[in-house]
Ligand binder design. Structure first.
Ligand code: MD3
Ligand code: FE
Length: 204
């Protein structure tokens, strides 16, 4: 079933079955072997608690305090690996968008990792008509979403392994974040932790 968390924010709980989740986690291990997880340092000089890498034409990076989409991994200098086919299949099934995504950002949350309230706005104005599609794997997370005003009201829900969230329309530029991970409560990833994939069209 579909659940509308906010206008244009469509959550499909349990979209991926256990076998599909495990296959995707394996494919992401290969991505991280080719493009090692990074700990981006924010403009304020603080390393993020979330570790990140990417697949596809472009990856989101912080370079010298600037947020950007780059065709190359900032440490290896190599191009990002291709987006795994099962991930592209999710995009085709739920995005309603005719073109493939340019970026699959991979976020890895260990114990205590979180992501503060923010908007995703580095993709370029011409990309805001396309949705962002998110896939959750591993431990559950408390996810928070508001509106387009930073100080507006928010609501939260738990995202679990296999859930797919498409953020389109009015929600594309909504504030959102991850309050906390329910570390060790899932059983997909050995040793615990959470993987989140976000598929994005980039026109920056
Ligand atoms: C709402 N990731 O990578 S995914 C991010 O769980 C990010 O790792 C979170 O926020 C995570 O930028 C949330 C759900 C999500 C993704 C993109 C959005 C929600 C969104 C874009 C616009 C509005
Ligand atoms: Fe985001």
């Amino acid at each position: 079933g579909k659940e509308e968390l906010a206008p244009g924010a469509i959550l499909r709980r349990g979209f991926l079955d256990r076998a599909a989740q495990a296959a995707m986690a394996d494919a992401l291990r290969d991505v991280a072997a080719e493009a090692p997880l990074l700990r981006p340092v924010t403009a304020w000089g603080r390393p993020m608690s979330v570790r990140m890498t990417a697949a596809g034409r472009l990856g989101w990076v912080i370079e010298r305090g600037r947020y950007a989409y780059s065709p190359r991994h900032p440490e290896t200098g190599r191009r990002w690996p291709p987006i795994p086919e099962p991930v592209l299949a999710v995009w085709r099934a739920v995005s309603g968008w005719p073109e493939p995504p340019d970026c699959c950002l991979v976020n890895w949350y260990g114990e205590g990792a979180r992501m503060g309230l923010h908007r995703d706005a580095d993709e370029g104005e011409a990309a805001f008509a396309a949705p962002v599609v998110s896939i959750s794997l591993g431990d559950p997370a408390r996810f928070r979403i508001g509106g387009t005003e930073r100080r507006g009201p928010t609501r939260s829900t738990i995202l679990r392994s296999g859930d797919v969230l498409a953020m389109g329309g009015a929600s594309r530029l909504a504030y959102h974040g991850v309050d906390r991970i329910l570390f060790g409560e899932g059983d997909l990833l050995p040793g615990g932790g959470r993987l989140n994939l976000t598929l994005r069209v980039v026109r920056a």
